[in-house]
Every structure is written in structure tokens, then in C-alpha cells.
Design a protein around this ligand. Structure first.
Ligand SMILES: [Zn+2]
Length: 101
């Protein structure tokens, strides 16, 4: 797996969260991770904190990368609703994984 595809390649982004909404709002949206059921290949799939890039051609997946926005994580972790947002984000991730099989 090659590291830092994001930095090496000038990839387009797909946002999996609404940047106009505050992070860790109340009620929680749970948007820390990108939606695994809606990942776009060859793009940076941005969740609020975690991003996923999957480089793929017709022949299959060439590389996968996950990155963490440290500044966003720090800002999130200071929110009073952080725990609720984190739990909901994890629950959504678990269900998406289960559906994907
Ligand atoms: Zn947050």
C-alpha cells in the first residue's frame, strides 16, 4: 500500500458530511467517517475526520488509503457532544460494513 496518495495525486474530493453543519452537533449526525456504501473510487472520500481513498481501475483495486484530519479530531474531541457523535459514527460504520458483506 502506498502512503499519502492524497498528497501525491491531485484527486477530486467527495464530501460525506455537510460543511455548513457544525461538527458534533446536537442531535448528532455521526459523520466522522465517509459512508462506506457511497465511496467513490479515485476520489478522496472525506468524512468529518476520517478520509478514504481507493485507487481502482477496471482491473481492480490498486491502492487504499485512510487519513485522519488531526485538527478536526482535536476540535471534535473538545465538543460536549463528542461521545454521542463518535458512538453514532461507529454504529453507522458497523452497519455499513455488515450490509456490504
Ligand atoms: Zn465533532
Amino acid at each position: 500500500m502506498s502512503m499519502h496518495l492524497e498528497k501525491k495525486l491531485h484527486l477530486e474530493e467527495k464530501l460525506h458530511f455537510d460543511p455548513n453543519q457544525p461538527c458534533c452537533g446536537d442531535p448528532s449526525i455521526g459523520d466522522m467517517f465517509p459512508d462506506l456504501l457511497a465511496l467513490e473510487p479515485n476520489m478522496i472520500n472525506r468524512g468529518r475526520i476520517f478520509s478514504v481513498t481507493i485507487m481502482a481501475t477496471g482491473l481492480g483495486v490498486q491502492a487504499r488509503e485512510m487519513t485522519v484530519d488531526q485538527a478536526a479530531w482535536v476540535a471534535c474531541s473538545r465538543s460536549p457532544h463528542f461521545r454521542s457523535c463518535y458512538d453514532l459514527s461507529l454504529a453507522k460504520l458497523a452497519l455499513q460494513q455488515a450490509i456490504k458483506g
